[in-house]
Ligand binder design. Structure first.
Ligand code: NAI
Ligand code: MG
Length: 478
């Protein structure tokens, strides 16, 4: 099938990337105690972008001390209105530097520039704007008669799929509520968090209110285990979430976990199919499927199964895979070789189990990490591809006959982060949505986010909420 060819349309303005980044502690760039730096790459061509400091326990300790000092000396004493101005300043700076941040996010993470430009960066700014508005109104977020107090020093550990946005989700409410922060970006995507540190410095926040320590899981573990941290907020794998839950059990540390998912996207026969198709495609192929709330299990009513499959087969041929910096690209690079290996391993397991694999026919770039838009038919609920988070552009399609069966299959998972329901019947939509054990249920849409709307999971998807007024409660002492 031939499709309209687009001329290349690459993003041209290269952001300024330093050769080497230190740790951001107490408002300054400092060297790691070990003197160790590690390269960070562009997953689309495997070229080295910069060297980044590797923080060990001694550096984490230095950052936590800085955060404690800033908390006691400045931040907890400021009025909410004064804090709001700082948070607002960060929001403004993100907006002003949105183009640079979008390019940086795409270079370091592999996601299409269209997504970082139109989603990640504006959504990150929106979170700071939203929580700036709350900083002087915290009492309104609580029950009458209660006073809002911050928790103290927060350790925040974020993943690589939405590096800037997850940093924003964590920082904005923490700062608005009067906490100080040590932020630990993911090992493969430190650059936008470091750009955010620079923004924090330029916004003139008191030194130590925000500290950024780069490193790997051992850096994160040092932060989790530090005695003077009052709260840990983590987004990442369920496996690490469980380790953190064990490490903080029996301590006074507060904890919120935003973990994996295996969301059901339920399409009834009476659904508006054109819109549902776009919701299915966006639900799984957005950000190469590196999305905790991705609609990775498609449940379709049996009598429209063949039609949906034919449409999906045609639709994935129109997705353009390639250079993430090209504004026409729909499917960018897989974030890392390790993640690509994981996707291959799970897809192989699906083929071996007897499911039928359908993939877009396209050439993959020679360098970099890429995986074509894919889906499986003939999936059994017991297959690994129906149960485990693949975190790649791979959809597992199953069928149902009645709404009751759809609900049963949708809830047959250890996770419970999100779900989608597509039907023209409002009452059926509401009934199904109410039965689903998921933190977010999208009705006749998918992947909609707003800073005012809480997000979080059930069961192995974690606990605690981010966003909205609920997100404030996670950063206030009670
Ligand atoms: P991960 O959970 O290991 O990494 C997430 C963050 O946690 C990173 O900043 C990492 O350095 C840190 N970390 C790792 N081990 C730690 C420890 N023991 N203590 C404290 N912090 C620690 O996730 P990974 O290995 O990058 O990805 C594996 C799978 O996890 C993915 O294939 C995907 O299925 C899932 N995942 C889910 C995410 C979500 O948004 N819920 C985000 C990233 C991964
Ligand atoms: Mg890991």
């Amino acid at each position: 099938m031939s499709i309209l060819e687009y001329a290349p349309s690459p993003e041209t303005t290269a952001p300024h990337i330093r050769e080497r980044y230190g740790l951001f502690i107490e408002g300054r760039w400092v060297s790691p105690a070990s003197g160790r730096y590690v390269p960070t790459i562009n997953p689309a061509d495997e070229s080295v972008l910069a060297e980044v400091a590797f923080a060990e326990a001694a550096d984490v300790d230095r950052a936590v001390r800085a955060a404690r000092k800033a908390y006691d000396k400045y931040w907890r004493k400021l009025s909410g209105a004064a804090r709001a101005k700082y948070v607002y300043r960060i929001a403004r700076a993100i907006t002003e530097r949105s183009r640079e941040l979008a390019v940086l996010e795409t270079l370091n993470g592999g996601k299409p520039i269209r997504e970082s430009r139109d989603f990640d960066v504006p959504a990150a700014a929106a979170h700071f704007f939203y929580y700036a508005g709350w900083a002087d109104k915290l009492e309104w977020a609580l029950r009458a008669g209660r006073t809002a107090h911050p928790i103290g020093v927060c350790g925040q550990i974020v993943p690589w799929n939405f590096p800037l946005l997850m940093a924003a989700w964590k920082l904005a409410p923490a700062l608005a509520c009067g906490n100080t922060v040590v932020l630990k970006p993911a090992e493969t995507t430190p650059l936008t968090a470091l750009a955010l540190a620079q923004i924090v410095a330029e916004a003139d926040l008191p030194p130590g209110v925000v500290n950024v320590v780069t490193g790997d899981g051992s850096t994160g573990a040092a932060l989790v285990e530090h005695d003077d941290v009052d709260k840990i907020a983590f987004t990442g794998s369920t496996e690490v979430g469980k380790i953190i839950a064990r490490a903080t059990a029996g301590t006074a540390k507060r904890l919120t976990l935003e973990l994996g998912g295996k969301a059901a996207n339920i399409v009834c026969a009476d659904a508006p199919l054109d819109q549902a198709m776009e919701g299915i495609v966006n639900g799984i192929y957005f950000n190469q499927g590196h999305v905790c709330c991705a609609g990775s299990r498609l449940l379709v009513e049996e009598r429209i199964h063949d039609e949906i499959i034919e449409r999906l087969r045609a639709r994935i041929e129109t997705l353009r895979l390639g250079d993430p910096l090209d504004k026409n690209t729909d499917i960018g690079a897989i974030n890392s070789r390790a993640q690509l290996d994981k996707i291959h391993e799970l897809v192989d397991s699906g083929v071996e189990a007897g499911a039928t694999l359908v993939q877009q026919s396209c050439w993959l770039p020679e360098r970099g990490f890429f995986f074509p838009a894919s889906f499986f038919t003939g999936v059994q609920p017991s297959h690994r591809i129906a149960r485990e988070e693949i975190f790649g552009p791979v959809l597992s399609v199953m069928t149902f006959r009645t709404p009751e069966e759809a609900v049963e299959k949708a809830n047959n998972t250890p996770y419970g982060l999100s779900a989608g329901v597509w039907t023209d019947k409002g009452s059926k939509n509401m009934w199904i949505a109410q039965q689903l054990r998921a933190g977010v249920v999208w009705c006749n849409t998918f992947n909609q986010f707003d800073p005012a709307s809480p997000f979080g999971g059930y069961r192995e998807s974690g606990f605690g909420r981010e966003g909205g007024v609920h997100g404030l409660h996670e950063y206030l002492a009670h």
